[in-house]
Design a binder for this molecule. Structure first.
Ligand SMILES: [Zn+2]
Length: 347
């Protein structure tokens, strides 16, 4: 893998990750860009004690551009994009419209491939392996920034999720605090350790393996299951069998096997609702331990993949109970969801 770090015309960082070690990326961004002015501000809610990023500059961000004006495609004569080079394997750059910036953290965009018309599930295993390397390397780099406490790599896929660019891409948020869900998981792990002497993540995976009826697929190094109390209609959690706090500590076996397992999960997601349905909208979210906090070694890195579509043509909305009170109502029994995700396995 070859990593090339450069800067865009407005000073934002751009990093190429290429499979071939002898790749040269020396194209210069010649766009007349103004310096990025962000007004991102993190405010604390006094009742809930959580944080809200107020980012008014995002209202002006690129919204569903036509395919020939895609800012994530490589640049070509007369059509300059965020990627100055004429081609790339994986490219990461600082978001021009960040939700978090400066002392409030950092937002990056990850272009999974230069091919505008493919989705992550359509990548080759080698391409998916390179994305995993990029996620891992970004986690390592961002861990060095004093203003970043937690790194969140994720992909929103589908217009139903609010994706405004069709090009296959994900994002990385470097938060300046521990996010509420991670805080909850750390607290649960601590309570579980105090009560049982065991690790919570280990016990959750062991329970799923013992129950068996919510297992979606198993590899030598990874286990995927629908959790016992799934929040979403179709929700899969993917854990490495050897627990690690974050992506940096995955071993070679888990890294090698990941592309095969993850691509299979994404392909199954697109088959849940049968042929003729548009691609399944999903959110894919890496949960990693925050940096420099007590108890981080108790955290179990895992990926949560879920869709907001509950049945053909119908979305699950976060309505009164979910949005108002934080109580999810799930219409699809987790055991039925797991069975469906086994039925649609690749031949
Ligand atoms: Zn594109």
């Amino acid at each position: 893998m070859k990593k090339t770090v450069t800067t865009l015309a407005d000073g934002r960082e751009l990093i190429y990750y290429d499979s071939a070690d002898d790749t040269v990326r020396d194209a210069v961004d010649s766009r007349p860009l103004d310096a990025v002015s962000t007004s991102s501000e993190v405010r604390r809610d006094p009742l809930l004690g959580d944080s809200v990023a107020i980012a008014s500059h995002r209202q002006g961000r690129t919204y569903h551009p036509p395919a020939d004006e895609c800012p994530l495609c490589p640049s070509r004569e007369g059509r300059l994009s965020e990627i100055p080079d004429a081609d790339y394997d994986v490219a990461v750059f600082e978001n021009r419209f960040p939700s978090l910036a400066g002392d409030s953290g950092r937002c990056e965009v990850v272009c999974f491939t230069s091919d505008h018309d493919v989705s992550f599930g359509g990548l080759t295993e080698d391409q998916a392996a390179l994305v995993l390397e990029a996620w891992t390397d970004r986690t390592a780099d961002l861990a060095e920034l004093p203003q970043v406490t937690q790194v969140f790599c994720f992909e929103n896929r589908g217009a139903e999720i609010g994706v405004t660019l069709g090009h296959p891409h994900g994002q990385i948020y470097g938060y300046p605090f521990v996010t509420p869900r991670t805080e909850q998981m750390l607290r649960s792990a601590e309570t579980h350790r105090a009560g049982t002497g065991r690790n919570l993540f280990d016990d959750v995976v062991a329970r799923e393996l013992a129950d068996g009826d919510r297992i979606v697929l198993e590899g030598e190094h990874w286990v995927a299951f629908v959790p016992h109390a799934a929040h979403w209609p179709y929700e899969v959690h993917l854990h490495p069998r050897r627990r690690v706090p974050d992506l940096r500590e995955l071993d070679a076996g888990a890294r090698t096997e990941f592309p095969q397992i993850y691509l299979e999960l994404l392909r199954r997601f697109d088959r849940i609702f049968g042929p003729g349905e548009p691609p399944t909208p999903y959110i894919s979210a890496w949960h990693q331990a925050p940096f420099r906090v007590p108890g981080r070694e108790e955290f179990g890195l895992h990926l949560e993949l879920f869709t907001i579509r509950r049945t053909t043509g119908k979305l699950k909305f976060l309505a009164g109970s979910e949005s108002g009170m934080g109580v999810f109502i799930n219409d699809v029994p987790p055991e039925a969801a797991a069975q469906r995700l086994r039925e649609v396995a690749s031949e």
